[in-house]
Design a protein around this ligand. Structure first.
Ligand code: ZN
Length: 315
């Protein structure tokens, strides 16, 4: 299998797995990155193929052996004399090949255009681009039919009102939640999953997080650790609205509030606790890049950030 084909098969299989597979795959592997890698490989193959083909151009002329076989210098096997009226015509006749066979051979040996034998690198590159574009379009259509935006307007309003009620309990005051990524304003703490002004009265969550919260609260659906993440994000922004600025402290409080929040949205207490513990574990595993969001060692049972020091379960 050529590398071109291998990359495309791998890409299609991965996209299928991404669509049908476990939700963890979706939340941990950004599909855009996968498409960019595939595109980079296609470009690399193209450049490589163009370089090697310019280095040694194949000789497309008939080979010596072909000329020997079909060329004009061939000696006829037999000469036949035909009488045409008064004149005598001499014909050269070969008995070893019928005209049909000759045509077939010619097609294979001489008439086949080069691209059919081995597709040109540029054409193969364009096919690769078309495949990537088709996959991106497929994902886009799927997302628009199944995503947050696919819910009707009234359902979305009802859902965000519900999220706002829950966030208000955590924030200790009435706050508003918007399910939108457009909240890019001055003085806000901005994360990949949400935005809030410290001490403010409204926060923005990404549509993905809102959809997971909606599925939990309105359809009783739990999508693995993604549901846990969505609960933690809502609680996190709510704690910012309450006035907490420090990221590590905010996250630590959010994971504790998330147990009650998750329970109110329909989880059993055990399940809510388990999802928040999972978030705490993932928080500790996160890389240096998100260092400032890392919870401190004080985020433990009986630690300085324990909201319920009398309770032995944490979070
Ligand atoms: Zn934050």
């Amino acid at each position: 299998m050529s590398p071109w084909v291998a990359v495309r098969v791998a890409l299609v299989l991965f996209v299928l797995l991404w669509i049908l597979g476990p939700s963890e795959l979706r939340s941990f592997v950004p599909l855009l990155l996968v498409f960019l890698v595939a595109l980079a490989l296609e470009v690399q193959f193209l450049v490589g193929a163009l370089r090697s083909s310019s280095a040694r151009l194949p000789d497309r002329r008939p080979q010596e052996v072909d000329r020997d076989r079909y060329g004009f210098e061939r000696e006829p096997d037999e000469l036949v004399v035909v009488e045409d009226g008064d004149a005598e015509v001499w014909l050269a006749v070969s008995e070893d090949e019928s005209p049909d066979e000759d045509d077939e051979e010619d097609e294979v040996e001489h008439d086949e255009p080069a691209p059919r034998r081995a597709p040109s690198p540029v054409r193969r590159f364009l096919v690769g681009l078309a495949l990537i574009a088709a996959l991106v379009a497929t994902i886009w259509v799927l997302e628009s039919r199944t995503g947050w935006d696919s819910l009707d307007r009234e359902t979305r309003i009802e859902a965000t009102d519900r999220f706002a009620d829950e966030a208000s309990r955590v924030a200790g005051k009435p706050v508003t939640i918007f399910c939108d990524e457009s909240g890019d304003f001055v003085g806000a703490v901005q994360h990949t999953d949400g935005v809030a002004i410290v001490g403010g009265d409204h926060a923005y969550l990404t549509p993905e997080r809102c959809l997971d919260l909606y599925r939990l609260a309105f359809e009783g659906e739990v999508t693995g650790s993604r549901t846990g993440r969505a609960i933690a994000v809502l609680a996190h922004e709510a704690w910012h609205l309450r006035g907490e600025r420090d990221e590590g402290t905010t996250e630590c409080y959010a994971l504790q509030s998330g147990v009650e929040l998750g329970r109110r949205l329909g989880l059993s207490e055990d399940r809510a606790r388990q999802l928040m513990r999972q978030q705490l574990t993932e928080n500790a595993l996160r890389g240096v890049g998100s260092f400032e969001y890392r919870v401190t060692p004080e985020c433990r049972d009986g630690g300085r950030l324990d909201l319920h020091p009398g309770d032995s379960s944490f979070p």
